[in-house]
Design a binder for this molecule. Structure first.
Ligand code: BGC
Length: 759
């Protein structure tokens, strides 16, 4: 855990430059706008330790999987989110010396992420090796108002000298991915152009052939006048720039603006992309930094109006939740059905920018609660579009008759996971995708979704479960062998309770969906049944039989569900007794030792009790929580939020608060010692759920919102805003009670602490 960032309700603040923390800060201070984003790399050159990263949504590369022992069923490739052409570079040379914080004495360094306005702000004073001192103040943003525009305002003031400086405005497509399996570069050059006031590079990804055009221009001002300088335009392989020589005068500020247009062939025809980029760039530079920024800041103002959560009396908690909402909204804005939410968003390469079960199990509720229902629908339709691929994926593994196995990790519907041996048996992901359909329909009331897309997906998934589950003669029950539950610190176990439970639930819900669509849309029903060759009687009879005779491990004496067969044979030493030096286990222990241990990476049985909490009483939840939580290391970012929600439900207030800080400040305080790889974007939705579903106790039952709020002792009050079926309500919980105000929509009723209440 590291706590070098200052607490502030709207800003993330780093004071003083510690190069050891640079990669962590590069992740935390990342910027994005749903279409593109980047790590908080410096504009000027930096020869110290850094992880350079610029990303464009939907642009990826299928890097050939690197495994020693190839087995049938392994994915051919691992999708990599591409480190895309860098547009932020403003390299500065004064006399013979480059402005490079690694080579300068740095004082007054401050980096601020202004979350209210989506602005990255950095200031410092640097003393160059020859004693020249300069003051720098740099601001930049990725426009939320126009997802293809980025802008920088970089001011430089000489403190003790006057001299000429050369400023290089670059576009660099000669970039690498740190996670490249074969040290290969992933971009080819298509074209480049450099002339005074303009540099443009169009690059193409190998294999996937996406085009990205990055065009930049700039302007400079000093003492109220435009500075033009001597310009040299240069080109080299995958690179274009303008090098401008200007005089810097002692104590006079020169303000440099750099504008960039970043366009991808996902949104522009390849033939037109350069022309479009240049036009966009021109329009943006004519508007200028201030106008672009004010349009961008108004989008943020609207986002905060809709999504903000306020917490009074606890600034660390307040900063934490805003940081999570900020990063989430920078990553996915919900407009584009082709896009999804990568676990690291635009903050790093890890997890390849791909789609995981995280979207359905964690992100969906956030978007349902804060956005137009079409955002949640888009996330669901994304999976419907991949259904055929999921069926092919299951076929590759030996299943048939329309059984669908969604990939653990995907870009386009195909499985593309690197650590295949760990994750291929994590078939519980199929359950999360089915549950998301239920969750969406339960929340929005949009049952038509079942006829349109939902039922077809549910049948594919149920068909998979029914083939994957086998009958044990010894037990005279159905079993599910060789799976990996959400807890990845166990592989290839038998009868993982969570997976078996969600499988049975899926078959039950699919039956409900079948009945619903047959009743409400007979024509669609018959058409779909014929198209997918559904043998209703035979298939649903087997589902019902499985549900009746499924083995779900339980220890009656302890009153708990068994995470998997033989879990109780393990040496059960609670996490609190582990040595500090052994944590995090995944960085300190061998894989073999982890697998044999009792330590649980993330909620597993508890994941099931969280999703289906209306099917279990509080005593049961308590017993399982008391047994499993002490063995849980929470080394997945997805873990603490589930524990906040359950702990809140069973009245473990202190535990809920402890877990809340962990989820909301996971990256800010680098709990798992891995923030340098990027932020944990998908779990950030879990932080929102921790407040709304955890402390606020919000649930949807029978088409109504229910709340059972409590307030952590450390807080004076907290409030959140909920969109629900055309109504918007603001909920404020304080020490003295709960206030609910309807912001828009017709009067409604909610159930507050069990009592019907008008809002
Ligand atoms: C977790 C998975 C998760 C993945 C991406 C892993 O550490 O164990 O459950 O899907 O991260 O967030």
């Amino acid at each position: 855990m590291k706590q070098y960032l200052k607490h502030n309700d709207w800003q993330i603040i780093e004071e003083g430059f510690d190069p050891h923390y640079n990669r962590i800060s590069e992740s935390i201070f990342s910027l994005g706008n749903g279409r593109m984003g980047q790590r908080a790399n410096f504009e000027e050159a930096y020869s110290g330790d850094t992880h350079q990263g610029t990303y464009v949504a939907g642009v990826y590369y299928p890097d050939k999987t690197r495994v020693g022992w190839w087995k049938n069923g392994y994915p051919e490739y691992f999708a990599k989110v591409l480190n895309a052409p860098a547009w932020t570079g403003i390299q500065i040379k004064i006399g013979k010396n480059e402005l490079d914080l690694k080579k300068c004495k740095v004082s007054g360094f401050k980096r601020i992420l202004d979350m209210k306005q989506g602005l990255l702000h950095r200031s410092f004073t640097a003393t160059l090796p020859d004693g020249k001192k300069v003051k720098v103040d740099a601001k930049r943003f990725c426009s939320m108002a126009d997802g293809e525009i980025g802008a920088i305002r970089y001011s430089i003031t000489p403190i003790n000298f006057s001299a000429n400086a050369t400023i290089t405005f670059s576009v660099d497509a000669d970039v690498v991915n740190k996670d490249s399996n074969y040290d290969e570069k992933f971009w080819n050059e298509i074209s480049k152009e450099a002339k005074a006031g303009l540099a443009v590079v169009t690059a193409e990804t190998k294999k996937t052939l996406f085009h990205v055009t990055t065009a930049i221009t700039y302007a400079m001002h000093s003492a109220g006048k435009v500075v033009r300088g001597r310009v040299k335009a240069n080109k080299k392989d995958k690179y274009a720039d303008n090098v401008v020589t200007i005089p810097l005068k002692k104590e006079v500020e020169t303000v440099i603006y750099k504008y960039a247009a970043i366009l991808s062939s996902e949104n522009h025809p390849k033939k037109k992309i350069q022309e479009n980029a240049k036009k966009k760039l021109k329009d943006a530079s004519l508007k200028g930094f201030d106008k672009l920024f004010s349009a961008h800041a108004s989008v943020w103002a609207e986002i905060w109006r809709k999504c903000d959560i306020t917490i009074e009396g606890d600034i660390a908690a307040q900063q934490g939740i805003r940081f999570n909402i900020f990063q989430l909204m920078q990553t996915y804005t919900g407009e584009d059905q082709r896009l999804n939410i990568g676990p690291k968003g635009f903050t790093g390469e890890k997890y390849g920018g791909s789609t995981y079960w995280d979207t359905e199990a964690y992100c969906l509720p956030f978007y349902l609660g804060t956005s137009d229902p079409k955002v949640g629908r888009n996330l669901l339709v994304y999976r419907h579009k991949h259904l055929q691929r999921a069926i092919e994926n299951a076929q590759k593994l030996g299943f048939n008759k329309g059984a669908a196995l969604y990939p653990m990790v995907t870009m386009n519907g195909e499985e593309c996971h690197n650590e295949w041996e760990i994750t291929f048996e994590e078939i519980h992901r199929n359950g999360a995708i089915a549950f998301a359909i239920y969750d969406y329909v339960r929340y929005t009331g949009d049952e038509k979704y079942l006829s349109e897309f939902g039922l077809e997906v549910l049948i594919g998934i149920s068909r998979f479960w029914s083939q994957r589950i086998t009958y044990s003669n010894a037990k005279q029950q159905y079993v599910m062998l060789g799976v990996t539950g959400p807890n990845e610190y166990e592989n290839n176990v038998n009868n993982n309770w969570y997976t078996s439970y969600i499988a049975c639930w899926t078959m039950e819900y699919t039956q409900h969906a079948l009945d619903y669509v047959r009743r409400h849309d007979a024509a669609k029903f018959s058409k779909l049944m014929a198209a997918i060759k559904f043998e209703e009687k035979e298939e649903t009879t087997r589902w019902a039989d499985i549900r009746k005779k499924m083995y779900l491990g339980e220890d009656k004496k302890l009153g708990i569900y068994l995470q998997q067969d033989n879990f109780l044979d393990k040496e059960l030493i609670p996490v609190k007794d582990l040595r500090h030096e052994d944590r995090p286990l995944n960085q300190k222990w061998s894989w073999d030792r982890i697998l044999r241990s009792c330590y649980i990476k993330q909620a597993d049985v508890l994941q099931g009790l969280y999703l289906f909490d209306d099917q279990f009483d509080n005593e049961t939840i308590k017993r399982n929580f008391d047994f499993y939580e002490p063995l849980t290391v929470h080394e997945s970012s997805l873990s603490p939020c589930v524990h906040v929600i359950l702990a809140s439900k069973i009245g473990y207030k202190e535990k809920a608060y402890e877990m809340y800080l962990r989820t909301s400040r996971l990256d800010l305080d680098d709990y798992n010692n891995d923030t340098e790889d990027g932020c944990h974007i998908t779990s950030m939705a879990g932080t929102w759920m921790s407040v709304v579903k955890g402390f606020g106790g919000m649930r949807v039952k029978d088409g109504m919102l229910h709340f059972n709020p409590f307030i952590p002792d450390q807080w004076k009050s907290y409030s959140f805003r909920i969109e629900f079926r055309g109504h918007v309500i603001n909920v404020k919980v304080s020490k003295t009670g709960v206030e609910m105000v309807r912001e828009s929509g017709a009067p409604m009723q909610v159930v507050l602490n069990g009592t019907l209440t008008n809002v």
